[in-house]
Ligand binder design. Structure first.
Ligand code: AMP
Length: 280
């Protein structure tokens, strides 16, 4: 496994000419890898293409400096995990490699209405930051295939939009959310949960499942209200719980007859968790 930290090294290593004519399968991450990340890596390996996993904690997507400061970092453990899986390349660049011109964004991406709803509403600037780093990474890696997790459902839609804006079309593979046995979605931030918050955290998924089981039988405003109430009683300070259109995430007033997505975000203790489930 080759660990690459410069853009020039990456361009050389990921050049299809250096890999028997093959472009790679790309798994972008912010490190502190867990089984969820590894499930994406395994899916990438199944393509038979050389796999690139990037590890870069992107300051541009953190609207809360405290969240950035305490984000877990474990490069050596991450490298060992990826090596064991059989990943060909780790791209682990420093800040100036990704942002040689500093913090000022060079452009605004017209991401449309997706940008400012749900996560975008509670994390202003987040998706511009995600788009910025992904534009840069995609230009360096030039993958044939891009793998991302349903765990960050809105992010998947934003990246699909970005691909269309950039007029590039790597195959986009959305991978299912891996969970702890008690239902909590795996997340690097789970490491930061104190024991009491960790014990309460599975209520987020449990409540989404409760809500999902009622989409055909209960008015949506009632589902929303009761689900939020359950979560607040469990100790969450909720940002939102929404029943939304699968493609554009616009809130739905009633069951549309087609699949929909239920998304939620809130803080337990000082840690903000998000999760989602598909219904219908
Ligand atoms: P992150 O390091 O949090 O930026 O995540 C990197 C990628 O892993 C993203 O595409 C996430 O959606 C995905 N991911 C994070 N948690 C999970 C999980 N529990 N199951 C599957 N994929 C995940």
């Amino acid at each position: 496994m080759l660990i690459i930290s410069t853009v020039s090294g990456a361009r050389k290593a990921f050049d299809p000419a250096a890999n028997g004519g093959q472009s790679c399968a790309f798994v972008p991450t912010m490190g502190a890898l867990h089984r969820g990340h590894i499930s994406l890596v395994r899916k990438a390996l199944e393509t038979g293409l050389p796999v690139v996993c990037s590890i870069f904690i992107n300051p541009a997507q953190f609207n809360d400096p405290e969240d950035f400061r305490r984000y877990p970092v474990s490069p050596d453990q991450d490298f060992a995990l990826l090596e064991r899986e059989g990943v060909a390349f780790v791209f682990h660049p420093g800040m100036t490699e990704i942002y040689p011109d500093g913090a000022e964004p060079p452009r605004i991406y017209p991401l449309g209405p997706l940008e400012n709803i749900l996560e975008g509403k509670y994390r202003p600037g987040h998706f511009q930051g995600v788009a910025r780093v992904m534009d840069r990474l995609l230009d360096i890696v030039r993958p044939a295939c891009l793998l991302m997790g349903q765990k960050d459902y809105q992010q998947c839609l934003v990246i699909r939009k970005l691909l269309s804006l950039l007029k590039i079309s790597p195959e986009f593979i959305q991978c299912p959310t891996l969970r702890e046995p008690d239902g909590l979605a795996l997340s690097s931030r789970n490491l930061l949960l104190d024991p009491e918050s960790r014990a309460r955290a599975p209520r987020l998924y449990e409540t989404l499942c409760w809500a999902r089981s009622r989409v055909r039988s209960m008015p949506f405003d009632q589902i929303r209200r009761r689900a939020l109430h359950r979560l607040e009683k469990a100790g969450f300070r909720m940002d939102y719980l929404e029943l939304a259109d699968l493609e554009n995430l616009q809130p739905l007033a009633r069951y549309p007859g087609d699949p929909l997505v239920l998304l939620a975000a809130g803080k337990i203790g000082s840690i903000r968790l998000i999760d989602n489930v598909i219904a219908g």
